[in-house]
Design a protein around this ligand. Structure first.
Ligand code: GLA
Length: 390
């Protein structure tokens, strides 16, 4: 049994236990790792994530007698993680984040005039929670896809992503951008996804066969809502307002250079990160497709330093780990913090034969680390889809 089959078996069993019935359909949505373009999605910029084969699975079946929407989350506590609500009534907040992800999707669909039909779902996943690999987005997109299919809405990947993002923004309270949901909904197998976060246009970027993507888990966990994420977003918006542009994407670097002296030093540093990061996305996409490991080494290092010093979302342990892996890799690939930060994962994009070097860099770090780090290599997968039961 492979990883997905085991996950489907678990969610099927959870459905049976919760409702005493068989599910009729299964839906899957992956997590993602971002290669470049960090903290630029909510500044309307370009990003380059790729979907990984860790995912959320939703098992769905017909409603019980009361014609309500019922949900059970198998990873969220001791058997008690259930919810039940009337999908046709105004959607109120539930007691926990996962309930609000589900209710939020129904609420967001309702706002666009879509009605969700009563159903029963069970949800389980293997995207590590709090690791910066978008367990939340994969949860939201999987639920949105299940509801869209079950209610005959036929929503596009971009609409599924928007709906899951609205659920997270307005019901869970995280001011996240659209990158994670789009990566989960619209990725193409074997490719990273170059995404314009304003227009939602996507271009799949092939990964050169000589390169591979490795996720290095620091083991340090964080919660996005509780973190300084919303504050970072507000800081970026304050700079955009200061310069009278819609988003930092629209801020001309020359105009910034001229006017940055008037800014508070913290805001100046935040904007410096975003403007620098915006300039790195295209060259990283080109290096990824062209197999240019030396350019990746330089660009990902720049990105890490910028995230750590100017955007202030790294931690001393994460900087040490990145330095250790970077030293071991040399010009055979790059490594940097990925995702929102404040814990979570590093991503390395490196020549295949450098896998041993990455392991050696991690081993050296682990000799003195309080929490050991570990690595896993991923082949990029496609976006959310209905999946056959095993
Ligand atoms: C989180 C958010 C995304 C994005 C990244 C940082 O993953 O959900 O929208 O802002 O952080 O790039």
């Amino acid at each position: 049994m492979d990883r997905r089959d085991r996950l489907i078996a678990r969610v099927r069993e959870g459905f049976r236990q919760a409702y005493g019935a068989e599910p009729t359909d299964f839906f899957a949505a992956p997590g993602r790792v971002n290669l470049i373009g960090e903290h630029v999605d909510y500044n309307d910029g370009f990003v380059l994530p790729c979907a990984i084969d860790r995912e959320t699975i939703v098992a769905l079946g017909p409603p019980g007698d009361a014609a309500r929407f019922e949900a059970v989350a198998l990873d969220m506590g001791e058997g008690d993680a259930r919810d039940s609500f009337d999908p046709a009534a105004p959607i109120t907040l539930g007691e926990s984040d996962w309930q609000n992800h589900v209710r939020g999707v129904v609420g967001a669909l309702g706002r666009s005039g879509h009605r969700v039909e009563p159903a029963r779902i069970a949800v389980a996943g293997d995207v590590p929670i709090g690791a910066g690999l978008s367990s939340s987005a994969s949860f939201g997109v999987a639920v949105a896809l299940a509801m869209s299919a079950h209610s005959g809405l036929g929503l596009s990947p971009a609409t599924l992503a928007r709906v899951a993002q609205i659920a997270e923004n307005d019901f869970v309270g995280c001011a996240c951008g659209i990158m994670d949901q789009m990566a989960s909904a619209a990725s193409v197998e074997g490719h990273a996804l170059l995404l314009d976060c304003r227009s939602l246009e996507t271009v799949p970027v092939p990964i050169h066969p000589g390169l591979e993507v490795t996720v290095i888990d620091t083991g340090i966990r964080r919660s996005l809502t509780e973190s300084a994420f919303n504050q970072r977003r507000a800081e970026c918006e304050a700079v955009a307002a200061h310069f009278g542009v819609r988003a930092l994407r629209d801020l001309d670097p020359a105009v910034f250079a001229e006017g940055e002296g008037d800014l508070d030093p913290v805001l100046r540093a935040r904007a410096r990160h975003v403007l620098g990061e915006l300039r790195r996305v295209e060259p990283v996409a080109a290096a990824l497709a062209g197999g240019d490991a030396a350019s990746l080494a330089a660009l990902l290092h720049e990105a890490h330093v910028s995230l750590s010093q100017d955007f202030d979302v790294s931690l001393p342990a994460i900087d040490r780990l990145a330095a250790s892996v970077r030293a071991a890799l040399g010009k055979r690939g790059g490594v940097r913090l990925t995702g929102a930060g404040f814990g979570g994962c590093l991503v390395a994009v490196a020549r295949r034969e450098a896998r041993g070097a990455i392991e050696a860099g991690i081993a050296r770090y682990n000799e003195t680390a309080a929490i050991p780090a570990s690595a896993e290599t991923f082949a990029p997968v496609g976006g959310a889809a209905r999946t056959a039961a095993s």
